[in-house]
Design a protein around this ligand. Structure first.
Ligand code: CMC
Length: 433
């Protein structure tokens, strides 16, 4: 931000020494953490650092992809509001936008869809890998492993400096994620694998690979196909969250995108992040009936439980994705019938939006609160919910990864620590302990 008649600098007085420092303030009210290093009491000191567990106030990168304005509940991909994209665009068009920075024209979109469609097959040996998993293996564990395993099928992916090579790998990952997810599901069910069908859309093909039984082609209901496409649009990117930061941190050592993304998926898997949609469904199932809500809310207020699907580090208003999902849920339930857990969810939300504990802490429903109800109504098992988050988020991870790879300011991620351990001491032989 530039102000008239003012200097874009920050003056710092170190009251320990009385010394004055002046550091530049950059666009967006940012100072460079390294500018603090000059602040010392003695010449031999290391210099001042910022301590920031959980990176609550640290910008780790510059980015041009996604902006979350948390106070206002705004989300934009490349400047386009999420509401407009969810209403008018398609997932693959949004993927193109996020990866390339601009909306495609008709030909660019056709080419992109064609490329993604023709990279959906996975090497048959991947099936052998899946065979090694037990029938009840969690789908995310299988996905994380098989995405990492893909790196061994494409060793040339290591050559991350070559833009054309990067592009091929990005298309591959994006194209193969639904196939891997569907195969993980079919393995779990003990059903034969259904191979990708090139004539179907990205989401219809995914649904076909998951749910087709026998020789007949599976015809997803157009409303469900569209609802899944919208959910994919909503999950495509969310700037510097836990898994995206993992993607950038791992990628900063310049490994291949498959192993790097496998790590990002592991970060997504936890219940505070992409595993929250699964945790919400388990929570609603455990609550069971609206009669049990008061007792459950008491345990939340006592700090014993978290209301899963509520709260967000950045949004301090209603998550715009939750608003869109709530609307989409009505359309899905018209086809599938109402999910009986919806009443519990609505009641939890009603209480949370008016109660002191939640209002004071800005706890609003986030993207994960209603998505699980849709997924369940559509027939997805709960173990697949985090996978349904991971498939579209692949776009964001890869776009952010590429942005990091070509960013001349980025270096290997290597934070500092404040050491509070034992100072130097001499080794004590076993007999003397
Ligand atoms: N239920 C009850 N209390 C909560 C919740 C919740 N869901 N979330 C935060 N709080 C309380 C927390 O106990 C703390 O209270 P106090 O100040 O009295 O100690 C205060 O609110 C601040 O919480 P925090 O843990 O410091 O906030 P954070 O920014 O570190 O955590 C969060 C953000 C999303 C991890 C957290 O809100 C949470 O655990 N939510 C439930 C899990 C969830 O739904 N995750 C999905 C997030 S959105 C999509 C995604 O990222 O995948």
């Amino acid at each position: 931000m530039s102000h008239h008649n003012a200097k874009d600098t920050l003056s710092i007085t170190d009251n320990r020494t009385g010394r004055q420092y002046e550091v530049d303030v950059r666009e967006g009210d940012v100072i460079r953490a390294m500018d603090l290093r000059q602040i010392k009491v003695n010449e031999s000191d290391f210099g001042m650092m910022a301590y920031d567990p959980g990176f609550t106030n640290t910008a780790f990168t510059t980015s041009r992809i996604t902006e979350v304005k948390g106070g206002k509940g705004i989300l934009e991909y490349r400047g386009y509001p999420i509401e407009q994209l969810a209403e008018q665009s398609s997932f693959l068009e949004v993927a193109y936008l996020i990866l390339n920075g601009e909306l495609p024209d008709r030909r660019e979109l056709d080419d992109f869809v064609h490329e993604v469609t023709y990279h959906t097959y996975v090497h048959e040996n991947v099936l052998t890998i899946l065979q090694g998993f037990r029938y009840d293996a969690h789908a995310m564990g299988m996905m994380i492993s098989t995405v990492a395993a893909l790196s061994t099928f494409y060793p040339e992916a290591k050559n991350i400096e070559d833009p054309a090579n990067r592009r091929v790998q990005i298309i591959r990952v994006l194209a193969k994620m639904p196939t891997l997810a569907a195969f993980a599901y079919r393995h779990h069910k003990g059903l034969p694998y259904v191979y990708p069908e090139n004539g179907l859309s990205y989401t219809a093909n995914f649904l076909n690979m998951l749910f087709r039984i026998g020789g007949r082609e599976y015809q997803p209901h157009p409303a469900l196909e569209r609802a899944l496409d919208i959910l994919f649009i909503l999950h495509a990117d969310h700037e510097q969250n836990c898994s995206t930061t993992a993607m950038r941190v791992i990628g900063s050592s310049r490994g291949d995108p498959y192993c790097t993304m496998s790590g990002a998926m592991a970060a997504l898997y936890g219940p505070l992040h992409g595993g929250a949609n699964e945790a919400v469904l388990r929570m609603l199932t455990e609550i069971g009936t609206t009669d049990n809500i008061p007792a459950f809310m008491d345990s939340v207020r006592r700090g014993e439980r978290r209301l899963m699907g509520f709260g967000h580090r950045v949004y301090k208003a209603y998550d715009p994705r939750a608003t869109i999902i709530k609307r989409a849920a009505d359309e899905v339930f018209e086809v599938t019938g109402r999910n009986p857990l919806l009443d519990i969810a609505l009641e939890l939300e009603r209480i949370a939006l008016q109660e002191e504990y939640f209002v004071k802490r800005n706890l609003y429903p986030n993207v994960d609160f209603y998505s699980g109800l849709i997924y369940q109504a559509m027939g997805f098992p709960v173990e697949l919910f985090p996978v349904l988050f991971a498939i579209p988020r692949t776009v964001g991870w890869l776009a952010q990864w590429e942005e990091m790879v070509v960013d001349p300011e980025q270096r290997i991620a290597r934070p500092r620590q404040v050491f509070r351990g034992h100072p130097r001491r001499d080794y004590v032989p076993m007999e003397s302990r």
